[in-house]
Design a protein around this ligand. Structure first.
Ligand code: PLP
Length: 386
């Protein structure tokens, strides 16, 4: 199994903290936003006497409410098209297992969410990367390039929209092109849409399940983690109109019995979150996004992509090996007893040698902390390069 680039430097961060150094965490997508009160209350005010198993696919009431949420987002599904999972992580693990046999291939635009590598390895799948580049903010690579990679072992194309780590938001035209390809070669199109709500600059998010004609090929991966800032709940789901896919996913779900009961209660209650919550949260992320991008752009030698969604960006640094630099930040650098932790981007690629001078930054800290973090990065680069 590959290690997680997001977590592999944790021992060095812990050591820095033991030395009394404060570490700003730009490495992990753990939002500091408060979880909606309704979700917390559902757990706090519950006097359950037996903490029993839940249904493997999630209760009908929760799945019905989820389908209403999807319909509001132009995704026409009902409760039977949904399997509730233990996080988007489990949804990915199950889905990749459902669509492939050992030795099969899936095509993923890179850089991609690093754990796609781990879930593919766990399922005996070969990841076939297709490179997107920082110069065009990681837009969809030319569709002919995808076509060149399709073999008789290809089962699916996996995209993340909006993207982690790129922040890229696919346009309807790009999705239509992927749809045509999926239909032409009878492939699944899997879209990880866990950041659906987090889009900026007035651009609309389009789900693959709103594309007409793709019903039997489209699979959505979803999660409550980021939407309601409840990463610790560990609840997500698989959504598809394809009955065979949902039937197979159910068998995986039955094998692990159920998702955690308290977390299911909280997730169901979270669906009552008022729109004003999202308006405030999205405005906050949007402001952080601009603060971060503007500050990074002011550092000489740093190139940064402009994210349109999610809460990450990729920055290219004037260093040859960002893995070494990221570790150095934790082991050898501090300013006024503070340092910053970033995720080296090489782990978000599967082409060896790619992304070596890039890092991923999560803008999940408040603006003041973000400004200080970028200042620390700037001071560190000056010291590192001299
Ligand atoms: C793109 C993407 N997909 C899936 C996940 C998994 O989320 P969870 O298992 O917390 O639902 C994450 C978490 O960061 C993510 O960024």
């Amino acid at each position: 199994m590959p290690e997680s680039p997001i977590r592999k430097l944790v021992p060095f961060a812990e050591a820095a903290k033991k030395r009394g150094v404060e570490v700003y965490h730009l490495n992990i997508g753990q939002p500091d936003i408060e979880t909606p009160e309704a979700a917390l209350r559902a757990v706090r005010e519950n006097d359950i006497k037996v903490l029993s198993y839940a249904r493997s696919e999630g209760s009908e009431t929760y799945r019905k409410k989820l389908s209403s949420y999807y319909r509001k987002n132009h995704i026409e599904v009902d409760a039977n098209d949904i399997i509730v999972t233990t996080g988007g992580s489990e949804a990915l693990l199950f889905t990749l297992g459902c669509v492939s046999d050992f030795g099969d291939e899936i095509i993923i635009p890179e850089p991609f969410y690093a754990n796609y590598n781990g879930f593919s390895v766990a399922n005996g799948i070969k990841v076939v990367p297709i490179v997107s580049t920082i110069d065009d903010d990681f837009a969809l690579p030319a569709i002919e390039e995808f076509e060149k990679l399709i073999t008789d072992k290809t089962r699916a194309i996996l995209i993340c929209n909006p993207g982690n780590p790129t922040g890229y938001l696919y346009s309807r035209q790009e999705l239509e092109k992927l749809k045509d390809l999926a239909l032409k070669y009878d492939l699944f199109l899997i879209a990880d849409e866990v950041y659906r709500e987090f889009v900026y600059e007035g651009i609309q998010h389009h789900s693959i399940m709103s594309l007409e004609g793709l019903e039997q090929h489209a699979i959505i991966i979803d999660s409550v983690s980021k939407r309601y800032s409840m990463c610790g709940a560990r609840i997500g789901c698989i959504v598809s109109k394809n009955k065979a896919l949902i039937g197979t996913a159910l068998k995986y779900a039955q094998a692990r019995l159920s998702s955690p009961t308290f977390a299911l209660l909280a997730s169901e209650a979270a669906l009552e979150t008022p729109p004003e919550y999202f308006e405030k949260v999205i405005e906050e992320y949007d402001e952080r996004r601009m603060v971060l991008i503007n500050a990074l752009n002011e550092i000489e030698g740093v190139k940064v992509s402009r994210p349109k969604g999610a809460f990450y960006c990729i920055a290219e640094l004037p260093v040859t090996d960002a893995d070494v630099f990221a570790q150095w930040l934790l082991e050898n650098f501090s300013d006024r007893n503070e340092t910053v932790m970033v995720a080296p981007a090489s782990g978000f690629y599967s082409t060896p040698g790619s992304g070596k001078n890039q890092i991923r930054i999560a803008y999940v800290l408040n603006k003041e902390s973000l400004i200080r973090s970028v200042e620390l990065l700037k001071l560190a680069l000056e010291q590192y390069l001299n």
